[in-house]
Every structure is written in C-alpha cells, then in structure tokens.
Ligand binder design. Structure first.
Ligand code: ADP
Length: 589
C-alpha cells in the first residue's frame, strides 16, 4: 500500500476545509449584503413613490403637468420615475421621452403591482438603459376602471461597485485567514508527526536489540498512551529474553557438564546440538558443527547409520559400537525421537556413553580369570596325574613313589606361591585405595635388608650383590611392602643373570622423588616385551619362568606397591647386556 506522511495527509485536508469555509462565507456575505442593499434601495424607492404618489394621482388627467412633475422629481434624485397607464402606455418618464417608449404593460413589476402584490419589485436588465435596474411599482387611483401605475427605478451600478470593493477587502482578509490556517495546520501536522517519528525511532532501536531505549514523552494523550504501551512491551520482551537466555544458559551448562555425549539432529539431518563430551568422543569442535549436515560432522559410518535409524524409528533404539577416530572407543549409543512441546517429531536425540574403560576392565577381568585358571590348571593337572598313577597300582618301586611325591610336592608349592602372590596383589590393590599404613623409614636401609634376604640365593649362583646408596633416603613408606618389591626385583635379577655377574641396587634423588634402581648384567629383555612386562602373568619365556618357580606376578606386585605409595616403576633393558628396574617414590618433605 502506498503510504504518505502525516503532514501530506493532514495539510491538504486542512487547506481544503479552510478554502471551502472561506469561499462559503464569502459567497454568503456577498449574497446577504446584496440582499440588504437591494432591500434598502427598494425601501427608499417605495418611500419616494409614497411621497410622489398623491401629486401624480391628482395630475393623471393633465399630461403636461404630469410630465413636468415627474421630470422635476427625476432631476432632484438619480431615480427614474415612470407613470404607466392602465393599458401599458407610458404617460410620463423622468429620463426618456414617453412617446418613444414601448408598451410597459407586461413589465414584471407592473404585473406584480396589478396583481395586488406589495411590495412589487423586480431587478432586471433594462433594454432602454442598458444596465441592471431595481424597479418598484405602486398602483394609482382608477382611470376608467383600470388602474395606472407609478414606477420608480434605480440602477444597481453603485451597489455593484461598492460590493466589488467590499469583495476585495473580504478576499484580502480571506487570504490572510487562509495563510494563518495554513501555518496553523502545518504546525499542527508537524507537532503530530514529530512524536510519531520519535516513536518510530524508538521502535527501530527495540528492533535493533536496544530494549532499554525510552520512547519520547508527549502531551498528546493517544501518543503518550502508545509510548507507554511500547515501553511496557519492551520491558516484557526484555524479561522474556532474559529468562529465555537464562534457561538456555542453564540447559547449555547441563549439557556441557554431562559425561554422556549428546547429539541432536533435526528431521533434515542437520546437527542442532552437540555437547562437549560428544565432540570429544567424535573428535570434532562442537561450536562450528551446529546447523551442518550430520554426514559432515559425524565421520563414523556406524554412528551415521544409527542416527538415521533413530530418525526413522518411533521406539527408542540402542547399539554398542566401536569408533576408531580420534582413538579407539567403545560407545554405547541410545537413540530416541526428539519431539517439541506439541508432540511433533522434530528430529532425533542420540546419547553416547563412553564404555571403553568398562569394556577394558571387563576384558582385564576375563583375561585375569582365564590366566589364573590356566596357571592353576597346570600344577593341579600334574598333581592329579601323579596321584592317579600312585593310586592306580601298588607295584611302584619305592624310589619312583618318592620321585612322584617330590613332583607332587613341587607343584603344591607352586600352587601355594601362586595363591600367596595373588593374595598379596589383592591386598596391595585394596591398600592402593588409600588405607596404606606408612611409617618414617630410610629407603637405603630397606634396600640393605632386601639385599641381605637375597644374599644366600645370590651366593648360590656366585652372583655379587652391591649396595650403592650415598646416604640415608628418608621417606614415608610401608617398609614391609617396599622390601618385598625390592626382593622381587633382586630375585628376578639373580634368576635371569648368568653366574659370576653383578647385581647392584642404587639410590638417588630425582627432584622430590627417590629412585631405587636394581641393575643386572643378565639376559636382558627384547623391546617388544617391555610395555607389557608389568602385567599379571606376563612372562617373556613362559617355560623358563615356570621352571625357575616364577608365577608371573612378581613385577605386577612391584608395580602395585609403587603405585600404592604414589610412585611408579620403569624398566630399561638391552637384550644380552642386562636390565635396570627402577622404583620412584616420593621423598619425605
Ligand atoms: P616371574 O615370576 O616369571 O619372574 P615376574 O613378573 O617377576 O614373573 O617377571 C615377568 C617376566 O619378566 C619374567 O618371566 C621374565 O621373563 C621377565 N623379567 C623380569 N625380570 C627380569 C630380568 N631382571 N631380566 C630379564 N628378564 C626379566
């Protein structure tokens, strides 16, 4: 729709009304003045007729006297007098020769006077005088039954001239009034338009987000009302926006703090929400993904398929999947339809649970149970075999019986040491959870006593043991456990060293840690075994380990003891040259 400014709409209307009012007033005034003037002239003429009437009536029979009287009366005034006989002949005329005048019997004022109308007036253009005249007529006494007429006439020329000058004056006043009205209407239109423009500017500010803007104040009630309503609207809008953004921030915070990954897509498969956990799981940056196509964001085909299935399904769906990037993760995904407040389906919501750790623990547990069973099975099978052999016959030679029983004894010892190690491990694991008993101790002294415990076994293999700790190494530790760890390491060092070699235990300070290193010159360990060396039951050479009475739990126990003290273990090894196992423990402050 075409729009116009208030001023363009109001101003012409005001002008038109002013113009019409002025024009009407002018016309009416002219009409009224003309009427008044004509009436006044007519009354004068009628008064003159009354004055002349008696004299004329007396002289009706004497044409010459009559003409003289009429001519005299005409000279004294600028009125034209005419006496008209009953048949219409002009008997006398103050300005014209009656003989030259035509019959006046049908003149309107004559007819009116004859019909008895008073006053008998007419205004018309005179063919004789060639101007507009006002005529009045009156009946005279009877003359042969019919009545003569005395008529007076005066030109309206003077009236017209004075009316014209009056009109000019009135026109000048009208122009003045018109100008004043124009100025007033212009001012009024501006006064109305200005607050409206200010309101518009405020509304534009609201639209631009500045809801604190104040609408202008106005003394026009409607505009003041509109301004008030606008301000109330802005306040409400502000409140609503604030509560919306607060709600949004809260739900963002909830989503962001969730451990579970949350991914929401709309029906067009565009991402509408992706929380931090989901972004981390999928290896993407959450901010830049919103509004983008699912396939651009989720590079995992299994998850893409799952999201599409969630979009297509009415019932909640679940699936365990393995994602390979950015790192390998086991994910339990749950998908449901996403519905708006009205219950309309607007997309799908997928919750991703990272179950990698749980799966890993489950695996470790499974492996552990399998390993334990396997470890126990070997000695039990052997024991069972030899016992059955012994029971099967009484004809065994006594030396065979003794040999079998020795083997059974060895396997029983092995079973015992496996079970002891397992119990030790489980104890340490429990203590790792915070209940470890500690005392102020000197690690150097613990190392010396561990060496002492291993001395007999070392000398049996002709292996020299060396203690190289500069001075006291104070720390808060569980002495029994640290000693056990060092014995395990020394035991292995002796076990895997050829006779005549040297095993040292050295202590040194590294920052706020003590490092105790057990070094041997034994067979060493190939690099590929090092990462798994501290796992339970892990052995480089299973047969050799078993033969030497190893359970495969020694290093696992060392690792757990170090961890229970807030420390760590490390290994360096060179096949053929020897190995160094080091335990780091926090030093006493
Ligand atoms: P085990 O009871 O079999 O010794 P451990 O957990 O103590 O079990 O050791 C695991 C494996 O690590 C051993 O079987 C052995 O192969 C290797 N190993 C440990 N210590 C040494 C060492 N000092 N030199 C060479 N290999 C070693």
């Amino acid at each position: 729709m075409r729009t116009v400014r208030v001023i363009s709409r109001l101003f012409p209307a005001f002008m038109l009304v002013t113009l019409l009012a002025l024009g009407g007033a002018l016309l009416y005034a002219e009409h009224a003045i003309r009427d008044f003037h004509e009436n006044q002239t007519a009354l004068e003429l009628e008064a003159e007729l009354q004055l002349l009437r008696d004299a004329v009536q007396a002289q009706l029979g004497d044409a010459a006297t009559l003409r003289k009287t009429i001519a005299d009366a005409g000279r004294r005034t600028d009125t034209r007098y005419t006496v008209i006989a009953a048949d219409g002949r002009v008997l006398a005329d103050s300005q014209e020769d009656p003989a030259r005048l035509e019959n006046h019997g049908t003149r309107p004022e004559v007819l009116l006077a004859r019909s008895g109308a008073t006053p008998a007036r007419a205004t018309r253009f005179s063919a004789t005088r060639l101007e507009t005249l006002l005529y009045t007529a009156t009946l005279l006494g009877a003359e042969g039954g019919a009545q003569s007429i005395l008529r007076a006439a005066r030109p309206l020329k003077g009236l017209n001239a004075s009316l014209r000058s009056l009109e000019w004056h009135m026109f000048a006043v009208a122009v003045l009034i018109f100008s004043l009205a124009a100025a007033a209407s212009y001012w009024l239109a501006r006064r109305l338009a200005r607050p409206l423009q200010a309101l518009r500017a405020t509304a534009e500010q609201y639209a631009a987000g500045n809801l604190a803007a104040h609408p202008p104040s106005s003394d026009i009630e409607e505009i003041a009302g509109l301004a008030g309503a606008m301000q109330a609207m802005a306040r409400q809008l502000n409140d609503r926006i604030q509560s919306l953004s607060r709600e949004r921030a809260e739900s963002e915070a909830v989503l962001a703090s969730m451990v579970e990954g949350v991914l929401a897509v709309n029906n067009a498969e565009a991402v509408i929400r992706l929380n931090r956990a989901a972004a981390q799981l999928l290896g993407v940056t959450s901010g830049r993904m919103l509004g983008r196509d699912l396939r651009e964001v989720v590079r995992h085909p299994v998850l893409q398929e799952f999201v599409l299935a969630a979009l297509a399904s009415d019932a909640p769906i679940e699936k365990d999947m393995l994602l390979y990037a950015p790192d390998e993760r086991h994910v339990a995904a749950q998908g449901t339809a996403l519905r708006d407040a009205a219950g309309m389906r607007i997309g799908a919501l997928v919750v991703l649970n990272d179950v990698t750790r749980i799966r890993r623990l489950e695996n470790i547990q499974r492996e552990f149970v399998a390993n334990v069973s396997h470890e126990l099975k070997t000695p039990i099978t052997a024991i069972q075999g030899f016992v059955e052999t012994l029971l099967g016959s009484d004809a065994h030679k006594p030396e065979d019986v003794r040999r079998f029983l020795e083997i059974v004894n060895r396997h029983t010892e092995r079973l015992n040491s496996i079970i002891e190690d397992l119990l030790a491990l489980s104890r340490i694991e429990q203590e790792e959870s915070g209940t470890l008993e500690r005392e102020d101790a000197d690690l150097s002294a613990i190392a010396a006593s561990a060496l002492q415990l291993c001395r007999a076994r070392a000398s049996g293999k002709d292996i020299a043991l060396e203690h190289r700790c500069g001075g006291p190494m104070p720390a808060r530790v569980n002495t029994r456990l640290i000693e056990q760890a060092l014995v395990n390491l020394l035991d292995n060092a002796i076990k895997f060293s050829a006779p005549g070699r040297l095993v040292t235990i050295a202590g040194e300070r590294q920052g706020d840690q003590w490092k105790l290193a057990v070094r041997d010159q034994g067979c060493g360990i190939a690099a590929e075994h090092l990462p798994r060396l501290f796992e339970r039951f892990y052995r480089v050479d299973k047969a050799r380990s078993r033969q030497s009475g190893g359970t495969g739990l020694g290093l696992a126990i060392v690792k757990h003891i170090a961890q229970a003290h807030g420390g760590a273990v490390a290994v360096e090894s060179q096949p053929g040259a020897g190995s160094t196992f080091a335990i780091s423990l926090p030093a006493a402050p």
